[in-house]
Design a protein around this ligand. Structure first.
Ligand SMILES: [Fe+2]
Length: 240
């Protein structure tokens, strides 16, 4: 059947986002490439609240190039942030770890997790760290469950790579904005296929900028089947 003939509904109007938990956001001001200041964060929260977001995991980038972002510093910034915003949205602190040369040091210091033991990790979009499989295996050996952030965005990964990771216990998080083409046609196509094939466990916004987020969601129209699958991922988010 031609896909354009299948009825679609806007994701905001569908109601699936009501009560949602977002597992991936860059809302802690001034510490990565996400929101720059409190004013921007408050504006983001107003929008999220209007969409029905109920809980947010703040997941600042942790990477070699952002050397200050150790757990103690992030916890301090998180406490300050929570004291500065007034919103019914509940916050949790986690992080998005780049699997770079600094990651072993982060592991030794202890990782900020989604729930009990899930660790949001990412790599470069263009090439894998040479020892990716070993890094992930070591992480699992330490008792952590790796969650590959925005799995659809890695240009170097093909279906064999995704299948290998899944078979070795890695779970995937989808950026909701990938479905609307925010990152280009290839991540959009991959995200739609991976959603269809039930490759994902979690969904997040990866919020960085108000305009991008608002535009993507307002223009994201999905089929009933796609909305049902997104809802299942949001249910998984709720269990964290
Ligand atoms: Fe992110």
């Amino acid at each position: 059947m031609f896909s354009f003939l299948i009825p679609k509904k806007n994701i905001v109007e569908s109601g699936v986002l009501k009560g949602m938990t977002d597992v991936h956001c860059h809302l802690l001001p001034g510490i990565d490439d996400g929101v720059a200041n409190l004013e921007e964060a408050r504006r983001a929260l107003d929008l999220m609240e209007s969409l029905g977001v109920r809980r947010v995991f703040l997941t600042p980038h942790v990477m070699e190039d952002l050397a200050d972002n150790c757990p103690a510093f992030l916890e301090e910034r998180f406490a300050w942030f929570c004291s500065q915003v007034t919103t019914p949205i509940k916050f949790h602190l986690a992080a998005e770890y780049m699997l770079d040369n600094g990651f072993p040091k982060q592991c030794k210091e202890g990782l900020l997790t989604l729930g009990d033991n899930r660790v949001l990790v990412e790599t470069s979009y263009f090439s894998a760290p040479y020892d990716l499989k070993t890094i992930l295996y070591n992480l699992q050996s330490e008792g952590y469950q790796p969650v590959l952030a925005h799995a659809e965005r890695y240009m170097y990964m093909d279906w064999n790579d995704y299948d290998y990771l899944r078979e070795h216990g890695i779970i995937f998080q989808m950026n909701i904005m990938s479905l609307s083409g925010t990152y280009g046609p290839l991540p959009c196509e991959k995200a739609r296929k991976m959603l269809e094939k039930d490759y994902y466990e979690h969904v997040g916004s990866d919020y960085h900028q108000y305009r991008v987020y608002e535009h993507a969601l307002r223009h994201l129209n999905l089929t009933k089947k796609q909305l049902e699958k997104v809802k299942l991922l949001l249910d998984n988010n709720d269990r964290l």
